[in-house]
Structure formats: C-alpha cells, structure tokens
Ligand binder design. Sequence first.
Ligand code: ZN
Length: 376
Amino acid sequence: MAGSSTRDLGRFLEDLLDLLDRGSFTATYKYAVLLGLIDLCVEGADATRGVAPTTVTTRQLAEKVVALYWPQARPWRFEDDRVEVLRQVNMKNRQASIVRLVQAFRARHEDRSPARARRADPTGFEKLIRKVEWELIKNPLPRLQIIGRETVPLLYRIAWDLSIEGEKRRVTAYQRGVGDFDNRIRLLDGVGEGLAALGPLLRPVLHREWAAMVARFNDLPESRLEEFLFGSRREGVARLARPLAEMQHGDCFYCGRPLKGAVEVDHFVPWSRHPDDGLDNLVAAHRSCNGGKSDLLAAPEHLARWLHRSPARIERLARHLGWPRDRDRTRAISSWMYRRVRPGSVLWIEGNKRRRRVRRATPEDVAAIARAYGWR
Ligand SMILES: [Zn+2]
C-alpha cells in the first residue's frame, strides 16, 4: 500500500471492523493486541524514512500489552463496596491470565508505573514480560484471525498456530536465546502504515468497545468505566506545571510571555493523536495557549524550539520528579506525526480557542519540519 491511498485505507478499515465484530473472543485480548500494534507501528516508524514497520515481535507486543493492562489491574470499588480487580474474561470467578499476571506483579510494586517497577525489580519484570509473551503466543495471536475454522490473515502472518500450546518448551527456549521459534509478527502489506495512520481514529473506538466488554463481564454501567480503564495519568501531569515552567524560565512555551496565574501542562504531540505522557512530550503553557492549540499540531517554529531543548535538563527534571521519560519514543511519535504534514495541513500558530491563528502548511513549512528533524 505504498503511499496509502484512500481506497486501500478504506479496505483496511473494513477488514479491521470485520475483525472487531466477530464475537469469538471470551476475553478482552483482541483490543489489547490491536492497541499494542498501533503503538508499535507509530513508535517503530523508520527514523530516516518515516515508514511504519513491516514486522514487530511478540516480545515488543508483550511489553505494550503489559502497559495497557497495568492500570486496569488495580482494584475497582463496586456499589456494594466489594473491591476487586475487574474481570476481563467472560467466565464467573475467573480472570484473564494476562490480567492475573499483571495484577500479581503490580501488587508487589504498589502504585508504581511499569517503568519504575521495572527499575525496582528488573528480574521480576522480565519474568512477567516472558509469561505475558507466552500467553499472547498461544492464545490471541493465533486466534485473532480465525474465521469459522480457518485462519484468514487480515493483519499479519505468524509462523505458528493454536497447536503451539503443546510446545511451550520451544517458546521458553527462544526466550532464553536458543531454538528456532520465530517471534515475528509480519504485518501484511500496508497494515503498519494503516494502523499508524488510523491510530487517532481507532484508539477511541477500541477503548469504547473494550470498556463495553468489561462492563458486560462485570455487570457495570459503561460510563465511569472508560475513564477508569484508560484515564491514564493525564490529570496527574498537573503537578509538573510548576517545575516545567521553571525549566522554561517562567515563560509560556508557545507565546514566550510570562506565565502568571493558571499554568497548564500541554502535550506537545496532542494526547488525542497519541497518548504520550513522557516528560519530553510535556511543556508548560498558558491555559489560553494550551486550549487554542487543542488537538492541532504546532507550527514548525514551535517544533524547532521543542526539539532543541536541552536533553540534560529534561533528564535532571525527570530524575528529580521521578517522572518517566523515553526520549526516543517521544521523538519517534512526533516525527511520525510531523512526517505526515503536507501542504494544506492545519498548523496552530498562536491564540486561544476563540481567537486562534492557524495556517495551512506551505511547502516552506514542510521543508522547515524536515530541517528541524534533520531529514535528508
Ligand atoms: Zn502562552
């Protein structure tokens, strides 16, 4: 699907909706797999050419799936005051294996993010990833594309099927670095590009469907649930406002005027386009500037400033605050988003919601973006 034409994207989307519609899943894994693949496609885009990957590994997917289930494996307070982890499988008194694994590990590292838990207990975390990887290999990955009794590849090809369940040894051997197990999930032509391009549209749909399924399994109303499952730390970033403002010498990142009164934390790559709470993606801004930018991409003049901030100072701040950062990931995400700016794309320049100055990207803007990233 070179160039990802509209027709191809349409076809891809149809296949995907078809896959979501099929009711053969008794657990929420298919949502986790799809969301994990979307993240890997954006974050794994080739740094020099901006092309989505054609292959991801089961290991990479396991890390993403652990991150997705991490907040969901904390207890939920039911109306009758029971406090339990929500069931993610359609069987009474059972829990989806992956949730059980994450829950058990999480319980030993209370209230830490996956990144911090991993630092605190690298060996335990590695074990968790390997167990989750095995679960993905034996269940959702071979199952996801089965229609009736047949496997019909819509998204990817893998070198194994459901019979792998009897061959756990092969997988554990591979995890120790020996043996012949092929851990690649080979994305069909155009799928990586499609998942990454449609990610901003697909993510809310997948979240909603996932929340609806959990609501059904637990006899709950859906409304509060989506926030609980996917609410992330978006609110938690508020505590970063002041330290970020200090790093910016007390000025708004966008307009450069002094920050007085309410300071907000803005996601440079908008949260709605890709949820990235890493410190590198965060800046302090006026409420009005933040609100005006909303879910638009900032113009290249902002981008250049953003890219050229001192990594050392961000690193110091991250350590001081105990806030996670992943510079490469944030850069990969932003370069994916900016790589797709074309003449005519809307860019935010300045101003609040009501008096917002935007412009249609010009060829000069596209060139300025390329310069900022050092492409070609
Ligand atoms: Zn401002």
